[in-house]
Ligand binder design. Structure first.
Ligand SMILES: [Zn+2]
Ligand SMILES: [Zn+2]
Length: 567
């Protein structure tokens, strides 16, 4: 409203904004009456609803408009996508349950742009209400555009393990014959805490129910139902996980642990009788909480036999003594208050406690920001091929033992983070576990990795104390520095430092230090076959600056390869 504003006169079409009794922010109307006084409100006849209605309207909120023009722009607004501002094409206009329209590609991209949580349930770009991909509808036909399929075959035969442990049977997800289950079968399980709330062990195979696959978002949907038991306070775990394009790992997802149990004996619907002329009220108690006349109340159950609560703002306390037997429908509970006007109040149970409610008791993200799941590949020597001149894709073994503290280098990520792990999956049975008694993790990811291509130096650390809550044979942290030969056939130099827990700010004392190439000999898992093929081609391996220990180990690998070939 600037200088151009003109006082509207009777018969003008006006746009009214923010009027008190209007639910919409802008509304059409036509001036109906004018009593001639500047400051008096106008009477406006609204006629955009079903029935024309009249309302007094503050002059300040009224704007004259050219109705035809405004109509056109309203139409335009309605027929263009609020994301790309292009007019809708009939076949691509999508409507959300919250009533907002977008082009199909715009809304799908907007929903997919959120990186964490359930990738099929995201906030609407306009109003932030949660929108499920499966609730999007074509405006023209009213039909849904995304469907869940019960065909899980694309995941058949795959196993996904927690990256932190990489252990099959340690909360691993298995997809077999169109079914899905979570496994807790590992011999190294259970360690403390991995039991259901009633103390029983989780079953080896717990099958998912209500399983679905959505190809468009590459998401698996399923529920683990533990009832009548609970786990982490929940009878029903709803899990949605999205897989990477190559189905090699879980990119994002969510675990929603739901519960419909009653947190409180008094949950249910009650009629409150005040003991005087005051009309009774109905309240619904859920989880020990209820609302009454816009106020929230919580039961104080410090003494479970004597619940009490305080009348908010009045300081009146109300308490009762709970009978031993649970209150059935129709039975009454006598409350006492310190308000002389209502010394006694009666609650009559109408319904409950079987009036169930459903809430999320635990919410955990899947993917790099939460439980990180990766597809499990069993380590097989015959599948390990030497990748000459590069680190990633190679594995290094000590004394040809796979899975006995062997090093595996996976990839250099786009953000230059080097990924790799140490495998302990074939440690001899007599190997001592973690100092808390927990099993040694199958695979331990290298952390704080740094890879310097030029010097062929890889550094990393493993913090047992921080990640597994335990030292291992007194060692809290291990730091690694490995320098590879130019071909990447062996670890030429560097060291492994085992550190005891640090006391205060002092640097952690070194418990043990070993040197690669001397007391610690690691050669490529495929070194024997490679050396043999070199020898077949009449090439002698160049083993300059190689310690006698490495030479010996390489020779053993070559001998073993020759022996395998002779057989
Ligand atoms: Zn668009
Ligand atoms: Zn919306």
């Amino acid at each position: 409203m600037g200088a151009a504003w003109q006082r509207p006169t009777v018969g003008d079409f006006v746009l009214v904004s923010g009027h008190g009794d209007l639910s919409r922010s802008r509304r059409w109307g036509q001036l109906f009456a004018d009593d001639g006084e500047q400051d008096r409100p106008f009477l406006v006849r609204f006629h955009d609803g079903l029935e024309p209605e009249l309302s007094w309207c503050d002059l300040e909120r009224v704007r004259t408009v050219d109705k035809a023009l405004e109509d056109a722009s309203d139409q335009e607004e309605e027929y263009q996508c609020p994301i790309c501002f292009t007019p809708f094409e009939e076949d691509s206009q999508i409507v959300t349950p919250c009533g907002h329209c977008f082009c199909r590609s715009c809304i799908e991209n907007a929903l997919a742009a959120c990186q964490t949580g359930d990738p099929t349930e995201r906030p609407c770009p306009l109003c932030r209400q949660t929108v499920s991909l499966f609730a999007l509808k074509m405006v023209r036909t009213g039909q849904r555009i995304h469907f869940l399929s019960d065909d899980l075959s694309c995941l058949n035969g795959s196993v996904f393990v927690l990256r932190s442990h990489s252990e099959v049977g340690f909360a691993s997800f298995h997809f077999e014959d169109g079914n899905a289950y979570i496994s807790h079968s590992s011999a190294r399980c259970p360690f403390a805490g991995l039991v259901l709330d009633n103390g029983s062990l989780p079953p080896d195979k717990k099958f998912f129910e209500k399983t679905f696959w959505h190809q468009g978002s590459r998401t698996f949907h399923g529920e683990l139902i533990w009832s009548p038991c609970t786990w982490y306070g929940s009878e029903r775990w709803r899990i949605v996980m999205q897989f990477s394009e190559d189905l090699a790992f879980v990119t994002t997802g969510v675990m929603k642990l739901r519960s419909h149990r009653h947190a409180c004996l008094l949950d249910g619907v009650w009629r409150v009788e005040w003991g005087n002329e005051k009309a009774p009220d109905l309240i619904r108690v859920q989880g020990g909480m209820w609302e009454h006349r816009g106020m929230r109340y919580w039961l104080n159950l410090t003494d479970p036999a004597k619940p009490c609560f305080v009348w908010r703002g009045l300081g009146v306390t109300q308490w009762c003594e709970l009978p031993e037997a649970p209150l059935e429908d129709g039975q009454s509970l006598l409350w006492v208050t310190d308000d002389p006007k209502h010394p006694h109040i009666i609650w009559k149970r109408l319904r409950g406690p079987y009036d169930r409610y459903d809430r999320i008791v635990f919410y955990k993200l899947l993917g790099p920001n939460g439980f990180e799941y990766v597809r499990h590949h069993e380590l097989r020597l015959q599948e390990m091929s030497f990748r000459k001149g590069q680190l990633f894709g190679n594995s290094y073994l000590h004394a040809s033992k796979l899975g006995v503290e062997s090093y595996h280098f996976e990839e250099l990520r786009d953000d230059q983070v080097a990924r790799g792990y140490i495998s302990y999956e074939s440690m001899p049975a007599e190997t001592p576990g973690m100092d808390t008694g927990a099993p040694v993790p199958y695979r331990v990811p290298f952390e704080k990795t740094h890879w310097d291509e030029e010097s062929r130096c890889f550094t990393a650390e493993v913090d047992y104390l921080r990640h597994y809550g335990s030292t291992w044979q007194g060692v809290a942290t291990v730091t690694y520095r490995m320098v590879f030969d130019p071909e990447f056939l062996y670890i030429q130099s560097g060291s492994v430092k085992c550190l005891n827990p640090a006391a205060g700010t002092a640097p952690a004392p070194v418990a043990e230090e070993k040197h690669f190439g001397k007391d610690l000999v690691y050669i490529n898992a495929d070194a024997g076959r490679y050396l043999r093929s070199q020898a077949d081609n009449g090439r002698k391996p160049t083993l300059q600056n190689v310690s006698p220990q490495i030479q010996r180990s390489l020779q053993e690998a070559l001998d073993a390869a020759n022996k395998r070939n002779d057989r």
